[in-house]
Design a protein around this ligand. Sequence first.
Ligand code: SF4
Ligand code: SF4
Length: 366
Amino acid sequence: MKRWIALASDVARSNLMAHRLPFKLTMAVNYTCNCRCPMCSIWERTSEGEMSLAEVERFFRRNGRWSWINLTGGEILMKKGAPELIDLVLRHNRRLFLLDFPTTAFAPDRLLELVNRALQGGVRRLGVTVSLDGPPALHDRLRGVPGLFAKAMESMKRLRDLDERRLIAKFGFTLQEANCDQLEATITAVRKEIPETTASDFHLNAAQVSPHYYGNAEGGERGIWGKEGGSESWADVVGGHLGRLEGRGPVSVLERLFLKGLVDYLHTGRSPVTCSSLGSSVFVDPFWNVYPCVSWDRPLGNLKEADFDLASLMRRRIVRDAREEIVKRECPDCWTACEAYPSLLGHGLGSAGLALKRGANETCDK
Ligand code: SF4
Ligand code: SF4
């Protein structure tokens, strides 16, 4: 209960935009990956100079008040010392409410080791998103790894077998041109392996353009990767999925609001609520470069050069300018889960819901 209160108070403070530290950290721990997804060239980058465990510890010693930490990559299961990294996160972030990470789950044993480490370390809530972009043949082709669908199934079964209430394990379906008519076939394929699976076990995101993260700047328009022209057919897929979701808890409400926003975004190319990046959330890459988010190639400084003092980096003029540009929608104005969730929380679920109801062209600006 204490950490729920801490999260609520962090969200309220970020609403006031009093230039306190954001409550959510998105941290790319590596850019190593054995997949070859068409919308991503992360795997082509060098891993030389990526964050070490000693640096991670220094960072969290100085900045250990996060309520929500999202560890991304690359593929976290390929990060050397990933279990120890989880230990460091939990040891130094006593207010942490939610730790989450996406994975291709290509190595079920490694995944289970990470999950058990987090559970034994006392994590309050752990979110694991297992990527799944289609039925077996399509998923393996899109990710470029034969047998990956089978590994995802094995991993999800083993996560479910843990029967752990602190663990939220879902599939992550990245909508793209190659699979936009394959969501139902994917759910059907999963049910053959895990019969109790429902649409609610699938989280949807649209493939996004991101020059500094995915390295796919040339791949699309209006922030959507691989899409030229309207995205109405994708919006129909998301709208259909939205209508099938079950559950009434806070996570389900947030997911519905995100998907409603995604439908609006796919129709209009505009984010349905003003983004709260740099107020609620911030992105750090594996080389300690700080950005507002995974979508906007707007470097704000390097934490290693700043002795890992994020608080003073966040007080720099360049950060204030970037925040003002976000409010004026002079950033790419995207709608991606990493920042949409904190934005929805930052706006308050009620007011965000109203804004989404009114339409994508109205905002709930402060
Ligand atoms: S999208 Fe993720 S899984 Fe695919 S290549 Fe990029 S980092 Fe790897
Ligand atoms: S709207 Fe998108 S591009 Fe702009 S700051 Fe937010 S997450 Fe980044």
